[in-house]
Design a binder for this molecule. Structure first.
Ligand code: ZN
Ligand code: ZN
Length: 408
């Protein structure tokens, strides 16, 4: 059998619950869905618990699980994935943190947790504190969007088990990092020293002096949260023999994919917001399949409407996805395509829930069940039954004729 390629389409947060506004239907049930239904009609359907029954997944932990990496083993915090999403070259054993530039007064009391919503100058500020070495630990710092940034520690015997220095409030002192385990003593002390040194550098930095001259708040302090360690795991090339890439406007998802050895395709118009150019993203995924064995396409918009509690917005967004997926009809003949989600984001919850997500798989040789509609209720009667996120990669590898036989 020829090896097939694999396309995983993740409609972020598309799963939902019955909603009074939609006459007790889910947004998927309510929406007009020609192309989504084609997946159900021409393939095998089911429901999937991205992490486990009743577990409310984050987008990061869910994506790890769908890629075959158990988040209970490889996920300690969001830091490393944020850093990888900002193109920082994180390596196994590195500890990374999410950071904010903030404004503190001379007593180190927090005046503004976003440093006056700083928009420019953070690149220069980041440069000034990047590359330090403290007690044998090499320190990398990179700015993100607006007041955000990432901090990476590289060295021996580092641990992610340290407390946040971000007090998550204003008008209070910034916190000292504390070790939550003995193995984290070095990490905590290096972190506290880094924060003290960077305050001195940032407080006197030209960018901040200029800001203060025009009445703006200085970005004179760094606070950290979300510490995590880059896991020692085999990448997807080593594990599955796949060359993979992702199409997503979300740096965190890019970071997850990079961490497991995938590339990331940049797409003009892929914003990761509700205004994203979905057709451009689908086209980019199809193009990527020419050079890669495996492509993950994340479409973020349904999740945003779920968080906003906007039922009709989510319906419209699903109809837009339905249109955009139309171009897959004649493409991808040599590809196994899975259409699913990383979690449900029900509009009546306004956040992620543990409800299982719909899944449909189409492609050469895939068994076709009796399900005709791609919605949460219809697909539950399908041939896949109820699977876990960690089952997805083995399932797709088998259908793509890329699995090894277990036994003789
Ligand atoms: Zn998500
Ligand atoms: Zn979300």
């Amino acid at each position: 059998m020829d090896k097939l390629k694999i396309l995983m389409i993740i409609c972020d947060g598309i799963g939902d619950r019955p909603t009074a506004e939609l006459k007790n239907r889910t947004p998927l049930q309510y929406a007009k869905r020609d192309n989504l239904d084609r997946f159900a009609r021409e393939g095998i359907c089911g429901i999937m618990d991205p992490i486990g029954v009743g577990i409310r997944p984050g987008s990061d932990t869910a994506h790890l699980s769908l890629l075959g990496y158990d988040p209970n083993e490889v996920y300690t915090g969001r830091g490393p994935f944020e850093a990888a999403g900002l193109n920082v070259d994180v390596r196994p054993g590195d500890v990374a943190f999410r950071c904010n530039f903030i404004t503190v007064d001379e007593k180190l009391k927090v005046v503004d947790r976003r440093a006056g919503r700083i928009k420019s100058g953070t690149h220069e500020l980041a440069k000034s504190i990047d590359g330090m070495e403290i007690d044998g630990v090499k320190i990398l710092f990179k700015e993100g969007v607006e007041h955000r940034g990432v901090l990476v520690f590289r060295g021996k015997a580092l641990s992610p088990y340290v407390t946040d220095t971000d007090p998550h409030a204003e008008g209070v002192m910034i916190k000292k990092a504390k070790a939550l385990a003995e193995a984290a003593n070095i990490t905590a002390s290096v972190l506290n020293e880094f924060i003290a040194r960077s305050y001195k550098i940032l407080n006197d930095h030209e960018v901040n002096i200029k800001r203060m001259k025009v009445g703006k708040k200085p970005a004179n302090m760094i606070v950290t949260r979300g510490a995590g360690i880059v896991p020692h795991t085999k990448n997807i090339k080593e594990r599955y023999g796949l060359r993979g890439t992702c199409v997503t406007g979300i740096p965190l998802i890019k970071g997850i994919c990079r961490t497991v050895g995938m590339d990331a395709v940049e797409v003009d118009g892929a914003t990761g917001g509700v205004d994203t150019d979905m057709t451009a993203k689908v086209k980019a995924a199809v193009r990527a399949l020419k050079t890669y064995d495996f492509v993950l396409l994340n479409i973020k918009a349904p999740d945003i409407y779920g968080h906003d509690g906007d039922a009709f917005g989510k319906v419209k967004c699903i109809e837009k996805i339905d249109k955009a997926l139309g171009i897959l009809k004649d493409e991808c003949k040599e590809t196994i395509i899975a259409l699913t989600a990383d979690h449900s984001t029900p509009v009546i919850v306004g956040d992620h829930s543990g409800d299982p997500v719909p899944i449909a798989i189409i492609g050469k040789g895939v068994r076709i069940d009796d399900v005709k509609n791609f919605d949460e209720i219809s697909v539950a009667k399908g041939g896949l039954g109820r699977i876990k996120g960690l089952d997805l990669m083995p399932l797709l590898l088998d259908l793509a004729n890329r699995s090894k036989k277990f036994g003789a």
